[in-house]
Design a protein around this ligand. Sequence first.
Ligand SMILES: NC(=O)c1ccc[n+]([C@@H]2O[C@H](COP(=O)([O-])OP(=O)(O)OC[C@H]3O[C@@H](n4cnc5c(N)ncnc54)[C@H](OP(=O)(O)O)[C@@H]3O)[C@@H](O)[C@H]2O)c1
Length: 240
Amino acid sequence: MVGRHTVAAAQAAGHDVVVLSRSTGVDVVSGDGLDEALQGADAVIDVTNTTTLSAATAIEFFETATRRLLAAEESVGVGHHVALSIVGIDRIDASYYAGKLAQERAVAAGPVPFTIARAAQFHEFAGQLLSGMRGPVAVVPTMRMRPVAAREVGAHLVRAAEAGASGRARDLVGPRDEVLADVARRQLAFDGVRRPVLGVRLPGAYWRGLASGSLRGGADAEQGDIAFDEWLSSADRARS
Ligand SMILES: NC(=O)c1ccc[n+]([C@@H]2O[C@H](COP(=O)([O-])OP(=O)(O)OC[C@H]3O[C@@H](n4cnc5c(N)ncnc54)[C@H](OP(=O)(O)O)[C@@H]3O)[C@@H](O)[C@H]2O)c1
């Protein structure tokens, strides 16, 4: 999702881009094709992902992928590793976010100069949740968020790569505070779908973390310009 925007932003800035994914014959978990694909690269921007709510699965994926990438980068002389992570997850060391925190630790402990760039949830987040849900009523977790356009995240990552290794880039969040259930209702209404949305508070560290508001980031975060309702009617949404 964010990868195609990152590639487009890098190409628009005049960079030669090599796309690494299983669909192009490179696997960052097994390491297949990695050394060859990285030959001559100045920087790697890691936006790989696995979809899971299991902490063990997420940790396994992000640690393995990061270690493989960093080892290959070191061996071919890549000078900068940029990793995309998520705003406000520090105290939510559970479920998927446990994997992202493990990724950040692996990057920071690794052999390659790095920048960890955190972004808030993409505008696509509500739609991804709705599309995986059956039944007449959509039940979504209580979640206070500040969604951002994946297009702006892609451009942010390219600027971070160009700036050189800084350890940590400024957080990037969207322009408005939102609540997931409201965003989901607006998306369904925009699409002409009559389906009630119910926001529910769930127990457990992960769900409490989503409700806590920490994912909205702090006052020092950089803000994107594209608000959710603007994105809804944009060409980016049609393509996603
Ligand atoms: N979604 C959000 O709201 C959000 C917000 C902030 C940060 N992020 C972060 O952004 C990153 C990307 O998220 P996304 O939603 O754009 O992900 P996505 O659409 O699921 O894309 C993930 C990419 O990873 C590649 N990939 C997966 N396993 C791989 C493997 N073993 N080897 C090589 N490539 C592999 C996939 O390509 P193939 O299938 O072809 O391999 C795909 O291109 C994640 O790290 C996520 O934590 C997401």
